[in-house]
Design a protein around this ligand. Structure first.
Ligand code: NVA
Length: 321
């Protein structure tokens, strides 16, 4: 197991790499950073954070780059096509090279197993910036956004509508249950979070719960929060027409929202496809928190990097808080 000094290196490869208490701690630090975005400089030096993107990105690259700069660090963006990790050279070789240049590594890629291999060899914290299986940074941003709107997370009901058999569905099941929420997935049968993820959540000692329903109206009934995501995740583009047919009845519209609580809020990680998974009216309407949600990526990722680097011994104990 790799270590910096005497500390074990901490990573965020999936949502449950934080404990529920640590999840709450990162969210509290993110809220503090949001109040004073330019005050804390734990990455002063500047320390370099490498960001590698094998898939398309806008919010993730922008929010990590801005956030790392606000912490006093240097964001190094690496084009995944040029690096060709796993083709030009092995993940283990790249990990050991980048671990000598950067104080942390942020990676958006396809296979979760590659991310785990990077973490095994890097010697510095590795952060999942989206894989096919999980999107934990987005979940931290979603939780912060809900906490701001509702004043709490514990005990809230969240309805996730549409394609839940993807990174966002898996991450919502884990992170939502860890935060003490009741997460209801409204999707056609077979398009719910992975069976292993469902089994894990149902047996984990977390205060939240998950449910899977094939009826969109029942899924949103009395929800405090309604969440959706594209029906065509990156890498699934060739299935677009088929997916629009499958998920057609699960669009988040004003009509569907009438079954949620009257003060329900709406989240979408973006990019959004108006008229598909969400109507333009809902996305642009008063319940939509999508722009706060996009901003919050920066605040939570700053807190996460500071937390992981501090716990890994990369930063001095007292520079984070
Ligand atoms: N499920 C989507 C999330 C985009 C942020 C995808 O993987 O493309």
């Amino acid at each position: 197991m790799s270590a910096v000094g005497t500390a074990t290196v901490r990573h965020l490869l999936r949502d449950d790499d934080l404990t529920p208490a640590e999840q709450a701690e990162v969210l509290a630090l993110a809220a503090a950073y949001k109040k004073a975005p330019y005050d804390a400089k734990p990455l002063a030096g500047p320390r370099t954070v490498a960001m590698i993107f094998d898939k398309q990105t806008l919010r993730t690259q922008a929010s990590f780059a801005a956030g790392i700069a606000e912490l006093g660090g240097h964001p190094l963006a690496i084009d995944g096509k040029l690096a060709a990790i796993g083709e030009r050279e092995s993940v283990a070789d790249v990990a050991r090279v980048l671990g000598r240049q950067a104080s942390a590594i942020v990676w958006r890629t396809y296979e979760q197993s590659k991310l785990a291999e990077m973490a095994e060899w890097s010697g510095v914290p590795v952060v999942n910036a989206l894989t096919d299986d999980f999107h934990p940074c987005q979940l931290l941003a979603d939780l912060l956004t809900i906490q701001e709107a509702k004043g709490r997370l514990e005990g809230l009901t969240v309805a996730f509508l549409g394609d839940a058999a993807c990174n966002m569905g898996n991450s919502w099941a884990i992170a939502g249950a860890m935060a003490g929420m009741d997460v209801v997935f409204g999707a056609p049968e077979g398009h719910w979070p992975a069976t292993e993820v469902q089994d894990l959540v149902r047996t984990a000692p977390w205060s939240g719960t998950i449910r899977t329903l094939a009826d969109p109206v029942e899924a949103v009934r009395d929800a405090d929060v309604v969440v959706t995501d594209t029906w065509v995740s990156m890498g699934k583009e060739s299935e677009a027409a088929e997916r629009e047919r499958i998920f057609g009845g699960f669009s988040v519209t004003e009509e569907l929202l009438a079954h949620a609580k009257s003060d329900a809020v709406v989240l979408h990680c973006l990019p959004a496809y108006r008229g598909k998974e969400i109507s333009a009216e809902v996305l642009e309407g008063p319940r939509s928190l999508v722009w706060d949600e996009a901003e919050n990526r920066r605040h939570v990722q700053k807190a996460l990097l500071a937390f992981l680097m501090q716990r890994s011994g990369v930063l001095e104990e007292d520079v984070v808080v």
